[in-house]
Design a protein around this ligand. Structure first.
Ligand SMILES: Cc1cc2nc3c(=O)[nH]c(=O)nc-3n(C[C@H](O)[C@H](O)[C@H](O)COP(=O)(O)OP(=O)(O)OC[C@H]3O[C@@H](n4cnc5c(N)ncnc54)[C@H](O)[C@@H]3O)c2cc1C
Length: 316
């Protein structure tokens, strides 16, 4: 008889994990607390590298714009990062709905209570404030806040602009038929920094962005996606890293110990390096900006600092 798996959360990561486990021969049911009308509406810029296409089929009509570069504005210097690979802006809500349409597993919307005893394995893909993480008594990862507003100004340019704030950054993303302004900051600073940025728009939303890595130590329960707190320390982007994480979960399923070990082995290095680089870039960019090249070719998912600088010199 097929082993039964419950996945909590029909976000991108829960749905991806569910489809892969279903392909592997498990009997999968996804539980989503929102209604079908509200699913996928989470606040998210959904600017990701084209690596997403290695995991998920993204139909052309879901791509709102292509982004090749990121301009970072420091006090006295502007640095251009050329994204390698290129990035795309995806309509998140439509992507989630498309994934749901294609799903070959059961999805229960507006789920209230999940009876874990009915399942052999339970996966928490239930986002930053994960219910399962709390139920298992695990500590929360740290959090920052992500806030965005949209304005109906057409912009099909290919450059994102970012401006360093004290503990994060503000951004302007050209999303084709509209522009997005946003901020990633610590809760206590966000009001002040957002006011200083001075952008207004028509539609606004916000959500917490976890920053850390929390894994469940269990033979029955596992966490994946935002529930584990795995986001890039320099950008708060989670989707690509979490798809790699989900891939590791599926590969080792149901050996959660090996899953945890592989995730730590692969990501801890990037997390620590990212946190140090964040502080360094902020200081050097604002105080010793002559040390920073004005053009850098950069892998925004798995950066290698030396390789990026080498690519910069070649371009010059
Ligand atoms: C403002 C902002 C901008 C961002 N921009 C980017 C970006 O440009 N690129 C990028 O890569 N990342 C970005 N992120 C991060 C990205 O959104 C997350 O890392 C990613 O969406 C996490 O996906 P997930 O499937 O794990 O969680 P989620 O998308 O949060 O999905 C979790 C699902 O679980 C459901 N759920 C929660 N609790 C329960 C429960 N008890 N029972 C049943 N269902 C439940 C929720 O309703 C939701 O549908 C951004 C985040 C924010 C806040």
């Amino acid at each position: 008889m097929k082993k039964k798996v419950a996945i909590i959360g029909a976000g991108i990561i829960g749905l991806y994990t569910a489809s892969k486990l279903e392909e592997k021969g498990f009997d999968v049911t996804v539980f989503e607390k929102e209604s079908i009308e509200n699913v996928g509406k989470k606040s998210c810029s959904t600017l990701v590298s084209k690596r997403i296409l290695n995991f998920i089929e993204v139909d052309k009509d879901l791509i709102e714009n292509t982004v090749k570069k990121c301009l970072i504005k420091f006090d006295k210097k502007e640095v251009v990062l050329e994204f390698n690979p290129e990035h795309i802006v995806i309509n998140r809500e439509k992507l989630v709905l498309r994934m749901i349409e294609k799903a070959k597993f059961d999805i229960v919307f507006e789920s209230k209570k999940i009876n874990c005893k009915d399942f052999d394995y339970v996966i928490g893909a239930d986002g930053a404030s994960s219910f399962l993480r709390k139920k298992l008594g695990l500590k929360d990862p740290g959090f920052k806040i992500g806030l965005k507003v949209e304005d109906d100004i057409k912009d099909f340019s290919n450059t994102v602009k970012t401006f360093k704030t004290n503990n994060g950054f503000t951004w302007i993303i050209p999303k084709g038929n509209y522009i997005e302004y946003g901020i990633l900051e610590k809760k206590e600073n966000i009001k002040k920094e957002w006011k200083a940025f001075g952008k207004v728009g028509k539609r606004s939303s916000f959500a917490i962005i976890p920053q850390g890595l929390v894994l469940a130590d269990s033979n029955k329960y596992a966490l994946v996606g935002d529930a584990t707190g795995l986001t890039k320390p320099w950008s708060g982007g989670g989707i690509i890293w979490q798809l790699y994480e989900a891939e590791m979960l599926v590969k080792h399923f149901p050996d959660f110990k090996r899953y945890n070990r592989d995730v730590k082995k692969f990501f801890l290095f990037f997390i620590i390096k990212g946190k140090i680089a964040n502080k360094l870039v902020h200081f050097v960019g604002n105080n010793l900006s002559f040390l920073v090249p004005s053009y850098i070719k950069y892998d925004n998912d798995f950066p290698c600092f030396l390789k990026s600088l080498f690519a910069s010199n070649q371009k010059k």
